[in-house]
Design a protein around this ligand. Structure first.
Ligand SMILES: CC(C)(COP(=O)(O)OP(=O)(O)OC[C@H]1O[C@@H](n2cnc3c(N)ncnc32)[C@H](O)[C@@H]1OP(=O)(O)O)[C@@H](O)C(=O)NCCC(=O)NCCS
Length: 217
């Protein structure tokens, strides 16, 4: 396979995970609802707006609008099914990768926002991620975010990837720093939760930072 074909064939996979576009249908939106609003702990960590229970219909309506808002990337993070032997099938590499994506189990979702508008703006995108509770703390978040950062620089001509965490989300703050995101700012006491004010901690990664970290050229 030549270099560009290999880049296409491997574009939606990383070491242990594969990624597929989120469909604006009840099944996929139901999964996002399950990973987010239904699990109040994850919901409190990912969402810094009013902490209220959200019924499924309201959530699916909102997700429908969100998915149609021009996102740069919207994927379900999926675990391939190790019981299905697709490797030895007669399929070519492109169809094999599609088969693996089709059979894989969704464990979380990841989005990249659309570019901010304005002629002097560098092309910048913000990561949103939520991993299902039973799959957290197993390195999948780290793997998926690294994959998305690489995808953004490789395919979308992005210059900056941004990610924001509430200061009470200590796991996220730890992870983003560990992945090499630079601390760029703190919006002080902008989040009110559980009778206290918290900061929004803002991180950024430039394409050159990523080249250095990943050893890519
Ligand atoms: C935040 C999230 C994306 C991280 O993904 P993940 O797969 O759970 O995380 P990983 O296993 O890749 O990495 C977690 C890291 O945080 C560390 N960690 C876990 N709990 C921690 C805590 N309370 N404080 C500090 N570090 C913590 C882990 O030890 C690990 O670091 P290490 O590799 O140096 O040991 C995921 O947990 C999630 O979706 N949580 C719910 C929603 C959310 O918070 N989304 C992000 C909003 S900004």
């Amino acid at each position: 396979m030549d270099e560009i074909s290999a880049a296409f064939a491997n574009a939606y996979q990383s070491k242990r995970l594969v990624y597929r576009d989120i469909e604006n249908n009840d099944a996929d939106k139901g999964l996002m609802h399950k990973f987010g609003p239904t699990d109040h702990i994850s919901w409190g960590l990912v969402n810094s707006r009013l902490f209220r229970d959200i019924n499924k219909k309201a959530s699916l309506d909102w997700l429908g609008q969100f998915l149609e808002s021009g996102l740069l990337l919207k994927v379900l993070i999926c675990l391939p099914d190790s019981t299905k032997d697709v490797e030895s099938s007669k399929l070519g590499p492109g169809s094999r990768a599609a088969k693996i994506r089709e059979n894989a189990t969704p464990i979380g979702s990841l989005t990249l926002s659309k570019f901010r508008e304005g002629s002097l703006q560098a092309s910048a995108t913000t990561v949103g991620i939520c991993i299902g509770e039973e799959y957290q703390n197993q390195g999948f978040g780290a793997e998926a975010i690294s994959w998305a950062v690489d995808w953004a620089f490789k395919f979308a001509n992005v210059h900056r990837v941004e990610i924001v965490a509430a200061s009470y989300n200590e796991r996220a703050v730890h992870l983003y720093q560990k992945l090499g995101f630079r601390l760029e700012g703190r919006k002080r006491e902008v989040i009110y939760m559980n009778r206290k004010y918290y900061d929004a901690v803002e991180f950024g990664m430039l394409e050159n930072d990523w080249k250095e970290l990943s050893g890519s050229d």
